[in-house]
Design a protein. Structure first.
Length: 126
């Protein structure tokens, strides 16, 4: 899609816009949303790939989000996961379906060992 998009109805599927998308108070979007800026006053469920996500007062987002920036109004709702990875954002033009890595691949990419804190203290001092 070219130009700005405003949704005040129900959409299921994929929205791929070159500009901004706003989901109004009565809007309900389920699926993959890809845009520059996404403003949500209604309901959005699924996956979001954008530069900036704004969850407005009354907005509800239940999604996996890949964005550079995100803000949630105190009266808005966000449930899900947000990632910020510049390499992935740049690669999305070619393969948006590979934006998120879950399952066995995600587990395999975790480090073998995680060390929390290295200072001296009650439990870790010499």
């Amino acid at each position: 899609m070219h130009g700005k998009v405003h949704v005040d109805g129900v959409i299921e599927g994929k929205i791929d816009a070159n500009d901004d998308i706003s989901i109004g108070k009565h809007g309900q979007v389920t699926g993959l949303v890809k845009a520059r800026h996404v403003h949500v006053s209604g309901c959005l469920e699924g996956e979001v790939i954008c530069d900036v996500l704004f969850v407005e007062a009354g907005g509800q987002v239940r999604a996996r989000v890949l964005s550079r920036k995100m803000s949630v109004d105190p009266r808005g709702c966000f449930q899900g996961e947000r990632r910020e990875q510049i390499q992935q954002v740049l690669a999305l033009q070619e393969a948006p379906e590979k934006a998120f890595e879950f399952g066995v691949e995600a587990i395999d990419s975790l480090p073998d060992r995680i060390v929390l804190g290295s200072g001296r203290g009650k439990y870790g001092g010499k």
